[in-house]
Design a protein around this ligand. Structure first.
Ligand SMILES: O=C(O)c1ccccc1NCC(=O)[C@H](O)[C@H](O)COP(=O)(O)O
Length: 224
């Protein structure tokens, strides 16, 4: 889903179309999510993320399918996937990648990664602790997502890129490392991309008054 693309001189940012946050409530307002997709694409983000989970994030699988169909970028499905049927549904939607959370799947993570690969999907194995990194690096996943927030707290914690700083160095270079969540400004982005290969951002884009300007500033910022 995400290749290391430092040679393009664009920051590898995965942009999330996030319609609702347990912390901030509605993030979409009256906007059309497909217009947000188009804005993200025009800003040359590296990939798109969408949360299909309904209860806390008000995700909609039909909208996810439309995003997969319309986007020319790799699309990641974020959800609490616990069954292989959900991986099959993700593949049927013609997504590119599926989030698999090491904390939830534990020693089943490797089996789910292989099942996803067999269905043409890359997985992003998500970690938030050293123990979870141990599970993730034993799998065939090409991508490891470092969640800067503790997902069990459902965004009641702010999240800190310090988590990326701590865990990224435990992950061998053969994996693409994405720093996820709590990246609120260019300083956070700079720290995230000093340790990881890509950064995933939702709230900061969705809450921006001028979405295009903020996304472009993240993608084009000279961070060194
Ligand atoms: O990351 C997860 O484990 C997760 C799984 C299912 C639903 C939501 C989940 N996390 C929330 C997010 O994916 C964040 O919205 C995303 O990382 C962007 O974070 P932020 O920029 O802080 O909105």
């Amino acid at each position: 889903m995400i290749r290391k693309r430092k040679e393009e001189k664009l920051n590898p940012v995965v942009a999330e179309i996030k319609v609702h946050s347990p912390k901030f409530g509605d993030l979409l307002g009256k906007r059309d999510p497909i217009e947000i997709l188009k804005t993200y694409e025009s800003c040359r983000v590296a990939g798109i993320s969408y949360i299909t989970e309904r209860k806390h994030f008000k995700g909609d699988f039909e909208l996810f399918k439309r995003i997969c169909k319309l986007s020319h970028l790799p699309v990641l499905r974020k959800d609490f996937v616990t069954s292989k049927v959900e991986i099959e549904r993700t593949a049927e939607a013609e997504a590119d990648a599926v989030l698999l959370i090491a904390r939830i799947l534990k020693d089943k993570t490797a089996e789910f990664v292989d099942f996803a690969l067999e269905h043409g999907l890359e997985s992003v194995v998500e970690v938030h602790s050293e123990k979870e990194v141990e599970f993730a690096v034993e799998t065939n996943t090409p991508i490891i997502g470092i969640n800067n927030r503790d997902i069990s707290k459902l965004e009641k914690d702010g999240g800190s890129v310090e988590v990326t700083k701590k865990l990224a160095k435990l992950i061998p270079r053969r994996f693409v490392r994405i720093s996820e969540s709590g990246i609120a400004n260019l300083n956070d982005l700079k720290i995230a991309l000093s340790y990881a290969d890509a950064a995933l951002v939702g709230t900061a884009f969705m809450k921006a008054d001028r979405v295009e300007d903020v996304v472009r500033s993240f993608v084009e910022a000279k961070l060194c």
